[in-house]
Design a protein around this ligand. Structure first.
Ligand SMILES: [Mg+2]
Length: 271
């Protein structure tokens, strides 16, 4: 009996020694790899899901972040694999939520300012005040290459709905006494239909609606066109306190305004 107890005690001792040795080994190897990749702080599987399956949504999300941060530039179409992801984003809650936070921050900023009769706020139109989502939903959410003819046909209908969060900001800025200036890449010959569309969507008044003189700006980028128009505005005595758009080309260049606000748009890129 006593022999059996000793054997049991020996087994327990061996067990503990093994654990201590294992722990010491792991501890030691951690030190060995301090400069390596021993620590997996965020053990996310970037491109492989459970069981090693590829998840396109993860890389599409990274692509969208790259686009919004202006790290991915000069792209012509949404990656084919991301059509479903972008469609879900645009039609689901995330697009609305992302737009809401931008417009809210714009208002929080605006309401702290001193407003004069010449205080202006610049709004872009497409995907900023008016949404072309009904059109893009029928054209692969940006997967299809931009087709000027079919897009113009849609614009000429004058049926684009308002972006609800932008409309809220517009109304709040008006109530603060801020002058609204629309600067859009839409051409002069779409000015009338754009004005009608804006009113139909709930944008009833503005200081200026600036459309693009395509002969004056032929071959020029949106950055050049919009900077030039903002400069003219400031030369007329307006003070641009804020500027909101869905493209970086709405917000870069000169006379950009005291603060700029970037709305989400993963469907197309305009330089
Ligand atoms: Mg736009």
């Amino acid at each position: 009996m006593q022999k059996l107890v000793v054997v049991k005690k020996m087994k327990v001792l061996v067990f503990f020694v093994a654990i201590v040795l294992a722990a010491w080994h792991c501890h030691g190897s951690d030190h060995d790899h301090d400069h390596g990749h021993t620590y997996q702080i965020f053990p996310l599987r970037m491109k492989t899901g459970h069981g090693g399956h590829y998840i396109p949504e993860v890389s599409c999300q990274s692509w969208r972040l790259g686009v919004e941060a202006h790290n991915v530039i000069d792209w012509k179409t949404v990656p084919q694999d991301c059509e479903g992801y972008i469609g879900n984003y645009m039609l689901g809650e995330q697009y609305r939520s992302d737009s809401k936070i931008v417009n809210q921050q714009a208002y929080f900023y605006a309401k702290t300012l001193n407003i004069t009769a010449k205080t202006a706020w610049v709004f872009d139109i497409d995907e900023t005040t008016l949404s072309n989502l009904p059109y893009y939903a029928d054209h692969g959410f940006g997967v299809e290459l931009y087709n000027e003819t079919s897009f113009n046909k849609w614009v000429d209908l004058g049926e684009a709905p308002a972006l609800p969060e932008s409309l809220k900001l517009y109304k709040k800025l008006l109530s603060l006494g801020i002058k609204i200036v629309f600067i859009t890449g839409r051409p002069l010959d779409q000015k009338a239909v754009t004005a009608t569309n804006l009113k139909l969507a709930g944008y009833h008044t503005w200081e200026k609606l600036i459309t693009k003189n395509t002969s004056e700006y032929h071959g020029k980028t949106a950055v050049t066109y919009k900077s030039t128009e903002r400069k003219k505005l400031e030369e007329k005595g307006y003070k641009i306190i804020g500027n909101i758009g869905d493209q970086w080309s709405d917000l870069l260049g000169t006379n950009t305004g005291d603060r700029t606000f970037k709305l989400p748009d993963p469907m197309y890129y305009i330089s």
